[in-house]
Design a protein around this ligand. Structure first.
Ligand SMILES: Cc1ncc(COP(=O)(O)O)c(C=O)c1O
Ligand SMILES: [Zn+2]
Length: 400
């Protein structure tokens, strides 16, 4: 039995009940974390409990909300030893349903939406979160309303339409999409499933942390290299490590957490370099990695805190480095990564050049999505001048 006892604000510590839909802390807008009765769970829940359970993220059901899962088989993706670098592993999230790690968060969020009896969900997305919402909402019989920048990768738009979601393309960035959701949700009766403003997407993503530990035989790697837009995967994995320690599964050791961003949108990297504890929005974000085009991540302070406590780093890589890494990974490892995921390899190489890692250190590089979803992006890269990033909403295509 799972034991979500309440949701707790990461900023002020206020608690709110989990028996009805919640968004952010009602006092200060802080991110809410689901809290479990880990002390009780510790008596009966241990790594042995997982033996013979299906290879999907719901194998960690005791530390997930207690509801009938809306599942498409997400999670338990391969942790592949690198063929190029000793001690390095590639966690291939591109093999999830809808081709990205976003499936994890949306499986758990839609599970809870269904349990709460919600009928209409909406979210702003760089693309893959929209695809995942569209798929899980279809499986749950819930309406999905997705808002994406007009230049979203083709696969995301076609997927969303095929799953029957209501698609709105916006002349603008993800922040503009978020504002539209926020302005319309009350009138339309939508529940806003924006990342970190809905507490259970994080719970789904944290399972990446449980999995890495389980796949390494309940040891943690020395470092995790992870591409960050909003950075919820990083925040979620850190939460998972704390939970595993409270359960007695691991000790106080932690991997060094490396946040990777695109040079053309690097608010976390700049804040990290300047030693700040908060993010300043990045002006005119532009990168081939659509999912990394997040100029003002809501959980920015949480991310910076994790980087500090893990003795990690924030690294920016250029689009050329990303595309070169994407091709290299495909040819050397046989993994066709999303540009966002390939950014992990580019960052790893940069850090090796700076002697950040010791020889043979266990390092997990996350590929967060499948390259197959970016065919036209990859095919056209470098072939035509990039369009300037649009700042303002000019017009809207779609049913609204
Ligand atoms: C493939 C891929 N990787 C990474 C990201 C960044 O995810 P997050 O915003 O949760 O950091 C995205 C977001 O859309 C994505 O689609
Ligand atoms: Zn609060």
């Amino acid at each position: 039995m799972s034991c979500v006892i309440q949701l707790e604000c990461t900023s002020c510590g206020a608690t709110v009940p989990a028996d009805r839909p919640q968004t952010v802390c009602p006092r200060d807008g802080g991110v809410l974390f689901a809290r479990y009765d880990l002390a009780s769970l510790k008596q009966s829940f241990n790594p042995g409990s997982l033996l013979n359970r299906p290879p999907n993220l719901w194998r960690y059901r005791e530390v997930l909300p207690d509801a009938q899962p809306v599942t498409l088989g997400e999670g338990f993706t391969p942790l592949l030893p690198s063929r190029e670098f000793a001690g390095v592993y590639l966690k291939d999230e591109g093999l999830n349903p809808t081709g990205s790690f976003k499936a994890r968060g949306l499986s758990v969020a839609v599970t809870m939406a269904k349990a709460y009896g919600l009928k209409k969900l909406a979210l702003p997305s760089a693309g893959n979160a929209a695809s995942a919402l569209a798929a899980y909402a279809a499986a749950a019989g819930i309406e999905a309303h997705v808002f994406m920048p007009r230049d979203v990768p083709l696969a995301n738009r076609v997927e969303c339409e095929t799953y029957g979601a209501q698609v709105t393309l916006v002349d603008g960035l993800i922040g503009d999409c978020a504002r539209l959701v926020s302005e319309r949700k009350q009138k339309e009766g939508w529940f806003d499933a924006s990342t970190l403003k809905e507490p259970f997407r994080l719970e789904g993503k944290k399972t990446m942390g449980y999995e890495v530990a389980e796949q390494l035989g309940w040891r943690l790697p020395q470092a995790i290299v992870y591409p960050c837009g909003g950075g919820v995967g990083l925040i979620g994995m850190w939460k998972a490590f704390d939970e595993m320690e409270a359960l007695g599964w691991i000790g106080a050791e932690r991997p060094r957490m490396i946040a990777v961003q695109a040079a053309g949108c690097r608010p976390i990297v700049e804040a990290w370099k300047a030693g700040r504890t908060t993010i300043e929005p990045w002006p005119n974000p532009e990168t081939v990695a659509a999912g990394l085009r997040v100029p003002n991540p809501y959980g920015g302070s949480l991310i910076l805190n994790i980087l500090k406590h893990s003795r990690g780093a924030a690294v920016a890589v250029t689009d050329d480095e990303i595309m070169q890494a994407l091709k290299h990974w495909a040819r050397v490892e046989g993994v066709f990564a999303a540009p966002e995921g390939a950014a992990s390899l580019a960052a790893y190489r940069q850090l090796c050049g700076q002697k950040f890692f010791r020889p043979n250190e266990a390092v997990v590089l996350f590929n967060t999505g499948a390259g197959l979803k970016y065919l036209e992006v990859i095919e056209n890269y470098g072939k035509r001048p990039k369009a300037p990033a649009t700042r303002h909403i000019g017009g809207i295509i779609g049913p609204y």
